[in-house]
Ligand binder design. Structure first.
Ligand SMILES: NC(=O)c1ccc[n+]([C@@H]2O[C@H](COP(=O)([O-])OP(=O)(O)OC[C@H]3O[C@@H](n4cnc5c(N)ncnc54)[C@H](OP(=O)(O)O)[C@@H]3O)[C@@H](O)[C@H]2O)c1
Length: 300
């Protein structure tokens, strides 16, 4: 049982699913007086055993703390819970760690402002067992004053780390989306590579260190590509886009010849072909951003 440090900011955690439990337990361990509420009240029991105060109602939970952290399944659930009690948020900081889109974050910020609450939108880059460690360097967007006011409590969730991205409430979910796009592209590429090598009975464990090294090489290119994107100028750094597209063609053929799914290299090649058709072939690979900035054209 943790004895709360009354000098520390009281925190309320609404939503005690897997993530909410981890958030509340971490606030408790770091000494914050912690009030908890969950639709299914039985889930509060392990936290109460650790020193949390169970609120009788959601209204009482909100009233208990200047910082209200919400982590439920989605924004619909969050609005369903909070809208009937919106008036009670006046003067509080609402930190929403529920996953959603940038537009949902911006709309929720406007709604919170109408009810006198400062709104921070957060995205969690960790699983529940990472909360309370540096892996949980949660990113926040919204008013800097709210982040600074409650920085100590918010940093407790990341073992002293939390990152403020800026005033635009949509930034946290946009950074999360950008990171997920990168993650799935990397993982799909790894799985496709493992499938190709598997046709020669090469085990994925043999491929993993080679893939890791390849990622480090490509990771080293990112800063240079980023500068090109920001400058909107794409001189050839390693190979021209036309050379890349020719290699994509080889990858499509190799995949098809080996009887491996060729959708991924075909997707890369179709983007590359469109870039060549738009006259970008003599530039560097980052010129593809010009296609990715706009919706895909649908070819019947
Ligand atoms: N778990 C992860 O690894 C992870 C990582 C990063 C971000 N997140 C995000 O964190 C959020 C919560 O995830 P989780 O893993 O904690 O999910 P979870 O274990 O399924 O818990 C969902 C929570 O939402 C509550 N809830 C759902 N619908 C509700 C409604 N209509 N009214 C009131 N409460 C409602 C549930 O209450 P009951 O207990 O009453 O059902 C429960 O407290 C999600 O947005 C998720 O994307 C999770």
């Amino acid at each position: 049982m943790q004895t709360p440090d009354t000098a520390k900011t009281p925190v309320t955690v609404v939503g005690l699913g897997l993530m909410g439990q981890a958030l509340a337990a971490t606030f408790l361990r770091s000494g914050h007086p912690t009030t908890v509420w969950n639709r299914t009240s039985a889930k509060a029991a392990p936290l109460v055993a650790q020193g949390a105060v169970p609120a009788d109602s959601l209204a009482a939970a909100i009233a208990a703390s200047p910082l209200v952290v919400v982590c439920v399944t989605d924004y619909d659930a969050m609005h369903e819970l909070l809208e009937p009690l919106a008036g009670t948020l006046d003067g509080r900081v609402l930190a929403n760690l529920t996953s959603g889109t940038s537009q949902q974050a911006r709309d929720t910020a406007a709604w919170a402002a109408r009810h006198g609450a400062a709104y921070l939108d957060g995205a969690i880059p960790a699983s529940p067992d990472g909360i309370g460690t540096e892996a949980a360097d949660i990113v926040y967007s919204g008013p800097a004053s709210a982040f600074e006011e409650h920085g100590a409590a918010l940093r407790a969730l990341g073992a002293g780390k939390a990152t403020y991205l800026g005033a635009d409430h949509g930034l946290a979910s946009l950074y999360e989306a950008a990171t997920l796009s990168l993650m799935w592209s990397i993982l799909n590429g790894f799985l496709h590579g493992a499938a190709l090598l598997g046709t020669a009975n090469v085990e994925a464990t043999a491929f993993a260190p080679v893939a890791q090294k390849g990622l480090e090489t490509v990771g080293g290119w990112l800063a240079g590509y980023a500068k090109q994107i920001d400058d909107n100028a794409f001189p050839v750094a390693d190979a021209s886009l036309a050379v890349h597209v020719a290699s994509m063609e080889h990858l499509v053929h190799e995949s098809e010849f080996l009887g491996v799914n060729a959708e991924l290299p075909k997707l890369a090649k179709s983007l590359g072909d469109r870039a060549l058709a738009e006259g970008l072939g003599d530039g560097g690979y980052a010129a593809l951003i010009q296609l990715l900035r706009k919706p895909a054209e649908i070819h019947p």
